[in-house]
Design a protein around this ligand. Structure first.
Ligand code: ADP
Ligand code: MG
Ligand code: MG
Length: 471
């Protein structure tokens, strides 16, 4: 696919628009702390992003937006179905300690107990690629929307991503592409997520209670989170927000009855921007803190059931014949919703011990380039591709550790040429692939009829921030 401005740009023009782009990014908060000094706001740089919006087929963008509400409701259904969660994760939790520890909290609070807080809030980001099986030659109308995953915890870049649409509008105007600039769609991801947090805060029904952001020890991406704080305050300036690390929660949070209290504040919502990777639980104390939070009356974003519903294993189990259908009652147009959801699925295969898993191994070893091997991990950089699939599966052999993974069809995404703007790096035209992230928010009441709402916005970003230009 080509962006519509003719590329490459002449060097003088490029230098000019890039200089303007960088200053705009600074002045509009598309910034990050630096890798060298990740806990200091004394040194910052613009966040890595592309100069121009990437072309996204309108049809596929609309499909992704339209199916978001279905996915919100599907996950709502999954979180209410402990049999489904338990049977889906049965094999993985035997070999994956991290998932097991999450599951144990889930079991204690939701399966064997009654949670103190029936309200759940989830801020999701469903990620997609556009499958272009015929490479660069693939026309837009042959491309297919393929879901990579749904993130149910710490979905990031709504804050920075929302500003990137405006930056791209500005850049296009500087390239005399004002018609195109005017046609860029507005990105409402940030306001949607803030609205989700504020609505949940209201349902907690305590004006003095705060929203606690559980943050990383190393906060390079702090400004993405600050945007969300500011947006919350735009809606309601009286809501107290606070940023606390796991160590703060461990040392100073306590429960009074079932209320969660820290530093004199009752907590209405614990919004997790951390706690999704094993190395973030350095000792048993982090697990104890997570359990205390889960048991408390604070609304969790996400609850541990949504966290588990976002695992790769649950994603794979949902792709089985009949699995999405199991949740049909949650949709107003049951069969049609199931079809919309299924249409976004890539092939997903179990690696559980047994004949089905054996067949998956055989398939993967025959043509490893056609697949991605995925462990139960979040945060990028954990997946296994190509030859490494062969060596990993051979290493594991007949061991039960195989069930830590699932296998997925590898998407051949459309390639787009664009300029990457990265700190300390020369800006050159390079080939890239895009991943589209659609945000969704859902508030639900456990064990009562669902009262959900959703809001779809968009941001993209594993590597760099982008905005879609619909073609
Ligand atoms: P994580 O939760 O760590 O982000 P993902 O499933 O999103 O895990 O995978 C991380 C990255 O790997 C994706 O952003 C994408 O670039 C690549 N990837 C994942 N699944 C596929 C796939 N099926 N085909 C092609 N690339 C993939
Ligand atoms: Mg993820
Ligand atoms: Mg991902």
């Amino acid at each position: 696919m080509e962006t519509s401005v003719s590329l490459p740009l002449e060097q003088d023009l490029l230098d000019d628009v890039v200089a303007k782009d960088k200053d705009y990014a600074f002045l509009h908060g598309i910034i990050m702390r630096t890798r060298q000094d990740p806990n200091s706001s004394e040194v910052i740089c613009y966040a890595p992003h592309v100069l121009l919006p990437s072309p996204v087929p309108k049809r596929l963008f609309q499909q992704a937006v339209d199916v978001q509400k279905d996915f919100n409701l599907l996950l709502h259904g999954v979180t209410h179905d402990s049999d489904f969660i338990t049977s889906s994760l049965k094999s993985a939790i035997q070999v994956d300690e991290f998932t097991r520890k999450l599951y144990e909290i889930y079991e204690e609070v939701y399966v064997n107990g009654t949670p103190a807080q029936p309200i759940q809030l989830a801020l999701l980001r469903a990620d997609y690629m556009f499958d272009a099986a015929r490479g660069k030659e693939t026309p837009a109308d042959e491309m297919k929307l393929r879901q990579i995953e749904i993130n149910t915890i710490a979905s990031s870049f709504a804050g920075l991503g929302s500003q990137v649409s405006d930056l791209h509008r500005y850049n296009l105007r500087n390239l005399c592409e004002s018609k195109k600039a005017a046609s860029l769609s507005e990105n409402r991801a940030l306001s949607g997520l803030a609205q989700g947090l504020v609505e949940a805060w209201k349902l907690y029904k305590c004006d003095r209670a705060a929203i606690l952001f559980l943050i990383e020890d190393v906060s390079q991406n702090i400004f993405d989170q600050r945007w969300l704080e500011y947006e919350i305050h735009k809606i309601n300036p009286t809501i107290h927000t606070m940023r606390r690390k796991f160590s703060d929660v461990i040392n100073r949070a306590k429960t009074e009855g079932d209320k969660l209290v820290i530093d004199g504040y009752e907590i209405a919502i614990v919004y997790f921007r951390y706690g999704y990777m094993p190395n973030q639980y350095v000792s048993e104390k982090e697990w104890e803190a997570r359990l205390m939070v889960e048991k408390s009356r604070a609304i969790k974003c996400p609850s541990i059931s949504y966290h588990l519903a976002g695992t790769k294993k649950v994603q794979q189990e949902l792709s089985r014949v009949g699995a999405v259908e199991r949740f049909q009652k949650y949709f107003s147009d049951g069969e049609a919703a199931v079809k919309r959801i299924r249409e976004t699925f890539a092939g997903l295969y179990t690696l559980d011990m047994g004949s089905e898993g054996d067949a998956t191994v055989k398939m993967a070893l025959t043509d490893p380039d056609k697949y991605v091997l995925k462990p139960q991990r979040e945060g990028g950089g954990n997946n296994i591709f190509g030859k490494d699939i062969t060596s990993t599966l051979k290493d594991i052999g007949e061991d039960e550790r195989r069930a830590e993974y699932i296998l997925m069809d590898r998407i051949q995404p459309a390639i787009v040429s664009n300029y990457q703007i990265r700190c300390w790096t020369t800006t050159e035209l390079i080939d890239m692939v895009s991943e589209l992230g659609i945000f969704g928010a859902i508030i639900c009441l456990l064990r009562t009829k669902n009262t959900g709402f959703d809001d779809g916005g968009v941001a993209a970003g594993a590597a760099v921030l982008d905005s879609p230009y619909l073609v």
